[in-house]
Design a protein around this ligand. Structure first.
Ligand SMILES: Nc1ncnc2c1ncn2[C@@H]1O[C@H](COP(=O)(O)OP(=O)(O)O)[C@@H](O)[C@H]1O
Ligand SMILES: [Mg+2]
Length: 316
């Protein structure tokens, strides 16, 4: 493999059992530099177990992990030096300032005083905390502490950043700062593994997504590829005023409508490819019988894909 094609992080056939429980089974994926990869799954799906094996905290029962082409089991120190890991729990010093916390972690990584001070300033900018850097951590919100955690993982300029549900319990302002910062880093060529049970975050941040459920990746691909698994039809909900029965018959006959159902005395639901573009035709079709008083077009999303693949919703 040439340098250009070496994955920043890849794993193959990863497996982990806890007694009878198969926590992770046959998990494999590959993340290129500058790519953001999402692991989307509900609580208990196996995300943290997978990550723990990727960062060398948990020995897999099966499978391999390579970081920038370096085998994690064979050369753990070299492999781990390329990874930044942000765990779900926050392990920081409440009586130190944000900057002092980062200094502490930087020294652990062996960064030297002058280079470290400059790097800390960069990292504080990246996580949007430059203006709060010199106040004690115990005055920070949970989201700000999480941002310091992310900063600590970035100090040594990792090639891969791995985040375990970084926005759980985080205020909206910190959430935005975190997502903006991540997009910036990925734009600069860092590889990102992002785990979450929030669909909208994964949709925003990630180029590719693996849907994980009961320890298995049930599908992976780009958002578009995943959504295509449920079919490309949009859902069109219409509210009608007038002769709904006749209007319904006219609507289901419109070219492009693949399914139609009455959802109430005055409402119908249609499935149609490119449902948005069909709206004028639908409004015309009911003329003389009824008028459309409300219309909503819902495009298929990852939530629909998840439901289709697993039979459950992502929400707890
Ligand atoms: N140390 C452990 N001992 C026993 N079971 C565990 C342990 N850690 C996790 N599990 C179980 O493994 C499954 C996957 O857990 P986890 O990887 O934490 O999922 P997620 O991070 O997606 O919420 C769950 O059923 C969980 O209860
Ligand atoms: Mg977890």
């Amino acid at each position: 493999m040439t340098a250009a094609t070496t994955a920043a992080l890849s794993c193959l056939d990863l497996g982990k059992r806890y007694g009878d429980l198969v926590a992770v089974h046959d998990v494999g994926f590959s993340i290129a530099p500058g790519q953001a990869y999402g692991l989307l799954g509900p609580n208990g799906a196996g995300k943290t177990t997978t990550i723990s094996m990727l960062v060398g905290l948990l020995r897999p029962d099966a499978g391999t992990v390579t970081v920038g082409g370096v085998d994690l089991a064979r050369e753990p120190l070299r492999a781990k030096s390329r990874i930044g890991y942000v765990p779900q729990e926050i392990a920081l010093y409440p009586e130190l300032t944000g900057r002092e916390n980062l200094r502490f972690f930087g020294r652990i990584f062996g960064l030297h005083r002058r280079a470290l001070a400059a790097r800390i300033a960069e990292v504080l900018d990246l996580v949007g905390l430059a203006d709060r850097a010199d106040t004690r951590l115990d005055t920070y919100s949970g989201g700000m502490k999480r941002r310091i955690n992310i900063g600590a993982a970035l100090l040594h300029r990792p090639e891969v950043l791995i985040l375990d549900e970084p926005t759980v319990g985080v205020d909206p302002q910190s959430r935005k700062a975190i997502l903006d910062g991540l997009e910036h880093l990925v734009g600069d060529g860092m590889a990102l593994l992002y785990t979450s049970h929030y669909m909208e975050e994964v949709e925003r941040v990630c180029d590719r997504v693996a849907i994980i459920d009961h320890g298995r990746i049930v599908a992976d691909g780009t958002r578009r590829e995943l959504v295509a698994l449920v079919g490309s039809a949009d859902t069109v909900d219409l509210t009608l005023d007038g002769d709904v029965e006749t209007a319904f018959a006219e609507l289901r006959a419109v070219r492009g409508v693949t399914e139609a159902a009455r959802t109430g005395t005055a409402s119908v639901r249609l499935m149609a490819d490119g449902g948005r573009y069909l709206l004028p035709a639908l409004i015309t079709a009911v003329q003389g019988h009824a008028v459309v008083t409300a219309a909503q077009v819902v495009e298929p999303d990852l939530e629909a894909t998840f439901l289709h693949l697993t039979g459950t919703t992502l929400r707890d």
